[in-house]
Design a protein around this ligand. Structure first.
Ligand code: NAP
Length: 288
């Protein structure tokens, strides 16, 4: 690790709890690889201290901070400006301190899309099936609509899928969005017409690694790219199903990596060393 001195530029992560975060290792390895005098700090902040913590990092001259659970919504009250994406997604996970302004962004969608772009997967005109209707789904669905895809949201709790669709129809000004229950009949009816399937549910995540949002009785369509947001394990039961059918797959570590890379580039103005960052994520996952 490069020496910390009077010129070191500070960035960090506000969250609670943050013991298991992989971000400091990923960013510090990247700064180190490029010889940049930056340091990324984990900053545990209890909910009642959020306003004081924001004022504190501003006073300390931080370049920016990431924001994670439980602060992604509440932090908006302490910002001067919120990007269009972050407003539509309803959450901020990156703050930039620029010219005395606190500017909130959300990199979930941009990180998600970048992984597709890097694999030359066309989203414009695609028909996407998104499993789940929680916070991650909101970012994914908004981003897919903005990028020109048609989207169907399927969720265990159908009312939640419907209310997400209603909210995003007005945010994205779009009608290429439908919602339904996450059940075998619905998936079977849509499978043949689907180009991209995204799992934003927690199904498949350690320790329930055999759980799979794709119904066992429905053949996976080989033409549909399978994208899983779950990154532990890296190859989920859902991705194994898609791979066995001959489909292309993208794992959740890609989204994590590209979100980190976009933050790194915003703070340093330099291209992120993706290989260094990915190798830290892989090491951290093995130890967490
Ligand atoms: P969330 O807001 O709590 O939403 C959870 C979603 O999973 C809901 O749609 C929920 O359905 C569904 N779900 C949970 N258990 C289920 C089950 N047993 N059967 C069917 N559906 C179930 O969580 P989130 O923040 O959106 O995160 C979701 C996942 O995305 C997590 O695994 C998270 O680690 C991952 N993620 C990854 C990245 C990345 O960079 N790779 C970024 C963000 C999130 P109901 O509405 O019916 O409860």
């Amino acid at each position: 690790m490069a020496a910390i001195d009077g010129r070191t530029r500070l960035v960090g992560l506000l969250g609670h709890p943050i013991e298991h975060t992989l971000s400091p290792a990923m960013h510090n390895a990247a700064f180190n690889a490029l010889g940049l005098n930056y340091c990324y700090l984990p900053l545990p902040v209890a909910p009642a201290e959020l306003g004081a913590a924001i004022a504190g990092v501003v006073a300390l001259g931080f370049v920016g901070v990431n924001v994670t659970i439980p602060h992604k919504q509440n932090v908006m009250a302490y910002l001067d400006e919120i990007s269009t994406e972050a407003q539509a997604i309803g959450a901020v996970n990156l703050i930039e301190f620029r010219q005395n302004r606190r500017i909130g962004h959300n990199m979930d969608g941009a990180g998600f899309l970048e992984a597709l772009r890097r694999q030359q997967i066309t989203v414009r005109g695609a028909r996407s099936l998104v499993f789940g209707a929680g916070g991650a789904a909101r970012a994914v669905v908004y981003t897919l609509l903005q990028a020109g895809s048609e989207v169907t949201i399927l969720n265990r709790t159908t009312a939640r899928a419907e209310s997400l669709a209603a909210a995003l129809c007005s945010a994205a000004g779009d009608v290429r969005l439908t919602a339904g229950p996450l059940d075998t009949e619905y998936v079977a009816a849509l499978a043949a017409e689907t180009d991209l399937v995204v799992n934003t549910t927690a199904l498949g995540m350690t320790p329930a690694v055999e759980s799979n949002p794709w119904p066992a009785s429905v053949p996976y369509p080989a033409r549909a790219v399978a994208y899983d947001l779950v990154y532990a394990p890296r190859e989920t039961a859902f991705l194994r199903t898609a791979k066995a059918a001959g489909a292309r797959t993208i794992d959740g570590l890609q989204m994590l990596l590209y979100q980190g890379a976009l933050a790194f580039e915003m703070w340093t103005g330099q291209p992120a060393p993706l290989d260094v960052m990915l190798s830290e994520l892989l090491k951290g996952r093995m130890h967490s």
